[in-house]
Design a protein around this ligand. Structure first.
Ligand code: HEC
Length: 149
């Protein structure tokens, strides 16, 4: 079996763990109106901000849980941006739907970084964990720069 295939399987395994833990926390229910979408995504983003801020000091299970929450949140983000949902105090830009692939590509690289950070935390690899946090944090700024007004 190729190394690439083995690591793809390892990542799939980790994603499964993430999905199971998210399900244990609460079942995700997609928004039914633009107002609800804005409220939900702003709350999710705030949660991610709080977690990311404290995550540098975490190790072991606490670090794993923190990054699993962000990973799960990243998988929910597309559903929180139904097309044209710019209402109320939303700072979302129309560019999101003009460049949906680009928006999702940033989420994918964030998910890869979170998955790597989870593996590093599980392995007790502090340098790897710090590097993964840095690239994960980079995806926040990258997306805000392009898609938030
Ligand atoms: C794929 C794009 C994308 C990624 C990745 C992303 N954000 Fe956001 N973020 C947005 C958009 C768009 C908004 C504006 C949402 C709105 O107002 O409707 C936003 C808003 C926010 C807000 C303001 C919420 C409020 O109360 O108005 C915070 C805080 C935030 N993001 C934190 C983060 C953090 C921390 C990360 C990384 C862990 C992150 N975001 C990753 C797109 C992204």
């Amino acid at each position: 079996m190729s190394i690439k295939k083995i690591s793809a399987m390892a990542i799939a395994g980790l994603l499964t763990v993430g999905a199971v833990s998210a399900f244990a926390q609460e079942a995700f229910v997609a928004p039914t109106s633009p107002d609800e979408a804005v409220t939900m995504r702003q709350a999710l983003m705030k949660e991610d901000g709080g977690i990311l801020k404290g995550s540098a000091d975490l190790t072991g299970d606490a670090a794993v849980t923190a990054l699993q929450t962000i990973l799960t949140n990243y998988t929910h983000i597309p559903a929180l941006f139904p097309e044209g949902s710019i209402v109320g105090n939303s700072k979302a830009l129309p560019a999101i739907w003009q460049n949906w692939d680009g928006f999702n590509a940033i989420l994918e690289s964030g998910k890869t970084a979170a998955t790597a950070g989870i593996a590093a935390a599980q392995a007790g690899d502090a340098a790897g964990y710090a590097a993964a946090l840095k690239s994960l944090g980079g995806t926040c700024g990258q997306c805000h720069e392009a898609f938030r007004g």
